[in-house]
Design a protein around this ligand. Structure first.
Ligand code: GLU
Length: 482
């Protein structure tokens, strides 16, 4: 039988990386087994759910490349159906009306906390006499599920046999007095109606699963296979939350993380291919995935590892593709038709130095504008040398002598890597100094920085005219420095 799985996010917030992690495992398992993957939006909490958030969730899953085969279904479309099933449980005596107000329930909970007693619902409404129930008939009422005595257990795909005593579970509300259903009821009904065979979700749902098993029993339905995978932890080993930085998938997009890197990274947080391979595409992951390789221990969301992985993916993209991805960032400068070629070359030079797409904006400025300041360490080390101005003037003259070709789009024969490098090395030789004593100040003059890619490549790309202008500007700065 082909598996049917689902991801069931609640649109009360953005798509959390934890939900993306769960979606990915469902997706990989389903693709591998050629089953069906469903998207269900669990928007039964009508006060906290918004359609804008549903849109964001849908957009985030699309961005990650986790396409679903069916849906999205919206649970808020189905309240009458859930009500019908809640009524069925009432009829069967598996559920009862509860007339307690939220204030009453909150007061009881507070009291129980003070007295260090169980906080379970005390079954006040279950124990009402028929007369009392009659009097309350027209009052606002919720429907509660009656937890029968005994034990509840199931075979989990990761935890193996898990068991809970029903004393530890309270009679929970399945249908609220405002006409909406609660998560456990609508989840069970939909998983059943959609024919879900495997419920793969985070370990934080184990407590719900016990309640859901009771519901399956009460309806007389076969429960699906459950797989509760460990949660992702923050660096302090507590559950990953906003305290640890970005948790929304779209924030990672905004911060220049590639979807293929995020997917690869998330896949390895709790699953391993069985060897030490770390860079795996979505299709490789699909090929290798199996539920039995899901681990029991939670993994830490290590942002440095994600950045490293992202850098690996960036480096593998073609210049053209990488430029397109950079240009899709809202803060990116947009090329004019004539400087697109130039931008492609800049991308090529900087590619291996980027860990995020957004790094491009931070490290490429001098390819587009003359530097407006020079790094102070550089000024101390490379500019505060008595002969410096004379040396920069000499190299500027050598560059000027290389015939008047070059420029942004076509660094030609006479102003190319080879001629540039020999001009610098020859001058160093004539002056009897190491080439580095020219290279460092030239880099500072041209880029404002002390580090970066190969200087000869930078010079070639900037073109003779820009290089000469920037060397002249540096001379003016050096005159002021005196
Ligand atoms: N709406 C629930 C959540 O977002 C779904 C849990 C489940 O997969 O059953 O956590």
């Amino acid at each position: 039988m082909k598996p049917i799985t689902r991801i069931a996010p609640s649109p009360t917030g953005f798509l959390h990386v934890g939900t993306a992690h769960t979606a990915l495992y469902n997706w990989l398992f389903t693709r591998k087994e050629r089953g069906k993957f469903i998207l269900r939006i669990e928007d039964t909490d009508i006060k906290r759910s918004t359609s804008a958030m549903s849109d964001v969730i849908i957009e985030s899953l699309k961005w990650l490349g986790l396409k679903w085969d069916e849906g999205p279904y919206f649970q808020s479309d189905k309240f009458p159906v859930y009500k019908k099933y809640a009524d069925l449980l009432l009829e069967k005596g598996a559920a009862y009306f509860c007339y307690c107000t939220p204030e009453e329930l909150a007061a009881k909970k507070n009291e129980a906390i003070l007295q260090k007693k169980t906080r379970k619902y005390d079954r006040k409404c279950f124990n009402l006499s028929d007369d009392e129930k009659k009097k309350l008939e027209n009052k606002n009422k919720a429907i509660r599920f009656f937890i029968p005595d005994g034990k509840v257990s199931f075979e989990d795909g990761i935890h193996k046999r898990v068991e809970r005593n029903s004393d530890d579970i309270e009679d929970f509300v399945i249908f609220k007095s405002d006409g909406t259903s609660s998560y456990n009821l609508s989840c069970v009904i939909d998983d059943h109606e959609l024919g879900v065979t495997h419920v793969i979700r985070g370990e934080d749902h184990l407590v719900n699963t016990f309640k859901q098993i009771f519901l399956y029993r009460a309806f007389g339905w076969e429960p699906p296979k459950f797989v509760h995978h460990p949660m992702i932890l923050g660096t302090d080993r507590s559950k990953l939350s906003k305290r640890h930085g970005a948790v929304s998938v779209l924030d990672y997009k905004k911060q220049g993380i590639l979807p293929e890197a995020l997917v690869n990274f998330l896949a390895l947080l709790g699953w391993s291919p069985g060897d030490d391979r770390e860079i795996l595409s979505l299709s490789e992951l699909t090929e290798l995935f199996s539920l039995d390789r899901l681990g029991r221990t939670a993994s830490v969301f290590d942002i440095e590892k994600l950045e490293w992985m992202n850098g690996e993916y960036i480096n593998k993209l073609s210049d053209e593709e990488l430029l397109n991805r950079i240009l899709s960032l809202p803060e990116s400068r947009q090329p004019t038709t004539e400087n697109r070629e130039y931008m492609l070359k800049v991308v090529n030079i900087l590619k291996s130095r980027m860990q995020r797409l957004t790094d491009f904006m931070k490290i490429s400025d001098y390819f587009f504008e003359d530097p407006t300041q020079y790094e102070s360490v550089g000024v101390e080390k490379s500019f505060k040398i008595p002969e410096i101005n004379q040396r920069l003037t000499l190299i500027k003259d050598r560059f000027s002598e290389l015939s008047r070709v070059g420029g942004h789009s076509s660094p030609e024969e006479s102003f190319n890597l080879e001629t540039i490098e020999s001009a610098i090395r020859e001058l160093a030789g004539e002056l009897g100094i190491k080439a580095a004593l020219l290279i460092h100040p030239i880099r500072l003059a041209l880029t404002g920085r002390t580090g970066g890619p190969s200087l000869f490549h930078i010079i070639e790309l900037l073109g003779r005219e820009t290089v000469v202008r920037r060397l002249e500007k540096a001379s003016l700065f050096l005159n002021e420095l005196k």
